[in-house]
Design a protein around this ligand. Structure first.
Ligand SMILES: Nc1ncnc2c1ncn2[C@@H]1O[C@H](COP(=O)(O)OP(=O)(O)OP(=O)(O)O)[C@@H](O)[C@H]1O
Ligand SMILES: Nc1nc2c(ncn2[C@@H]2O[C@H](COP(=O)(O)O)[C@@H](O)[C@H]2O)c(=O)[nH]1
Length: 299
């Protein structure tokens, strides 16, 4: 067997140390991915404990991308926002970079410790539920607006996956069999509508507030299934204004309008079942009232 010279010995030791360091970093990443350690705790250890070489040599990119909800694209975007270069290791960050990363990780931990709130927005046809919800989607993108599945055909301008998931009767039946809905109902004695449950659970678990824009039957089912949900009833300034909005929208035949106004009378009679009532006199103001209720802590 050839004898090892001193440089060979050094190289072998260095290579063993490199393998051990890689393993230690993989262990740290696994602990973050399985939520056994918080990324903030790992970062603090890297900065405060001189013996924490695995933590200190971990790249910021590796730390962030080990967080279960962050993929490589979001990681890259966050690092750019924090002003941290792709190759930077935790131990090599400057003071300002450490402050920015710490603030970011602290804010994430606060958010994930809080469960999101669920708010149901219901009300009679044409009161403006869709308009108020669209306003919230545009100005409060942090709120998840649930996308329902429906057997109704799309109206002009409506997009599959944005306004609704437009599905056939057969597909709706399959979703029912697979218990995919939090609630569902046949609305205005016409088409079926249902709220897919998995995106709602995921959002609430990650601390995101969720808004459901659904009918009275659905609101009652949500109250049963998730009693912590807040139920908000949207009111028109007057019955005459409601009729004006329905006719003015011009998306239903006069027969369908009459059917919807019959349902509206039943829905208006049930407004006392709701936790809050909001008058949709002006879209921005009504939307803000809904968002304020959504953000308010529940007891
Ligand atoms: N505050 C408001 N002032 C005046 N018009 C409004 C207001 N809010 C909504 N509208 C108008 O009323 C009509 C009905 O609104 P929208 O379609 O949002 O009602 P909706 O409650 O979602 O109805 P549906 O339950 O039938 O789907 C639309 O033409 C919309 O532009
Ligand atoms: N119970 C549910 N009702 C829903 C859902 N999605 C929408 N709706 C309600 O249906 C009517 C009609 O809506 P339109 O878009 O055809 O005008 C309206 O009251 C919606 O709030 C749902 O998932 N479940």
């Amino acid at each position: 067997m050839p004898r090892m010279t001193p440089p060979d010995v050094d190289r072998a030791a260095a290579s063993r140390a490199a393998v051990a360091a890689r393993r230690a970093r993989a262990e740290v990443k696994r602990a973050i991915a399985t939520r056994a350690r918080s990324p903030l705790e790992v970062a603090e250890k890297a900065w405060n404990d001189p013996a924490a070489t695995a933590e200190a040599s971990l790249r910021v990119r590796e730390l962030l991308s080990s967080i279960p909800t962050l993929g490589p694209t979001r990681t890259a975007r966050i690092m750019e926002r924090l002003g941290i270069a792709e190759s930077k290791r935790l131990g090599g960050l400057g003071v300002r970079q450490r402050v920015r990363l710490r603030n970011f990780l602290e804010a994430r931990e606060d958010r994930s410790a809080r469960r999101g709130n669920l708010l149901v927005l219901a009300g009679p046809t044409a009161v403006g539920k869709g308009t108020v919800s669209a306003h919230i989607r545009e100005y409060h993108p942090d709120v998840l607006l649930s996308i329902s599945a429906t057997t109704r055909p799309p109206r002009p301008g409506e997009e599959h996956g944005r306004h609704y998931y437009f599905v056939s009767d057969e597909e709706f039946d399959r979703m029912l069999e697979r218990h995919e809905f939090l609630e569902w109902a046949t609305v205005h004695n016409a088409y079926r509508y249902g709220t897919p449950r998995p995106p709602i659970d995921a959002a609430l678990d990650s601390g995101r507030d969720v808004l459901l824009e659904i009918d009275l039957q659905g609101a009652r089912q949500v109250r049963q299934a998730m009693p912590q949900a807040q139920l908000v009833f949207l009111l028109p300034p007057s019955w005459e204004e409601l009729v004006r909005r329905l006719i003015g929208r011009g998306t239903e035949t006069s027969e369908e309008q009459a059917r919807r106004l019959e349902t509206a009378k039943i829905e208006l009679a049930a407004q006392d079942e709701f936790d809050y009532r909001v008058v949709n006199d002006e879209v921005g103001r009504a939307a803000q009232e809904v968002v304020d209720l959504l953000a308010a802590p529940r007891d």
